[in-house]
Design a protein around this ligand. Sequence first.
Ligand code: OOG
Ligand code: MG
Length: 263
Amino acid sequence: MGTLTKSQIEELAIHLENAELEAYEVTKITDDFPTMTYEDAFDIQWEIRRRKEARGNKIVGMKMGLTSWAKMAQMGVEHPCYGFLADYFTVPDGGEIKHDELIHPKIEAELAFVLKDELKGPGIHIGDVLRATDFVMPAVEVIDSRYKDFKFDLKSVIADNSSSTRFVTGGRMADPADLDLKTLGVVMEINGEVVQTGAGAAVLGHPAASVAMLANMLAERGESLKAGSFIMIGAITAAVQVNKGDNFTVHYQGLGSIGGKFV
Ligand code: OOG
Ligand code: MG
């Protein structure tokens, strides 16, 4: 059940999308709408998505967020969330990310699953995900909460498309049957210095559990993950703030590395 009217949902979608497009901070929306519900929060996110599609942007994937204890502890939020990825979020491996287009970006070491079959919840489990996965590949997400000082609660962050803004993918693709996704190690470096390390199991015990949770959350709105979907599982380690001029590289055990530069 929602408590906001259709026009309040639209106004809040415009408010948060403008903050994203023009890179300025706003106060968290639950300060002004304390009685808003999770359904309202997702309605706002889906309205932002609808607005982008109406302007001709393509939705190229989905992401889960707050799926590791490192991230939940860092943000003080104890339940995962999801968001969508638009075409202009894509950055090529080794490419440049314009820091001025963002507010206070952070980077995250993730993995992406690409599906060969549809996943339609409820009731999707890890086994369904592994069977429906075409391949897994490295991904780095750049997040940029539109909220002041990167502080929010779960409803506010869901409405803000779960802080999504840019992502890089690359390295080597692999059949999940050939990987031990729980022990798969990641090493994040900024300017050549190791800043985070982790393993796949940090994400809900198994990276495929994140994709299963996404399918089940989408089912609450009658949506599914279609064959061909690209899904990022959420940060394996805590997110790390980046400044203009920073270079980053993330190494993935057996899957190569991906990197980029903030200019
Ligand atoms: C919310 C998005 C978190 C992840 O991978 O955990 C996220 C945030 O921390 O701003 O993308
Ligand atoms: Mg993320």
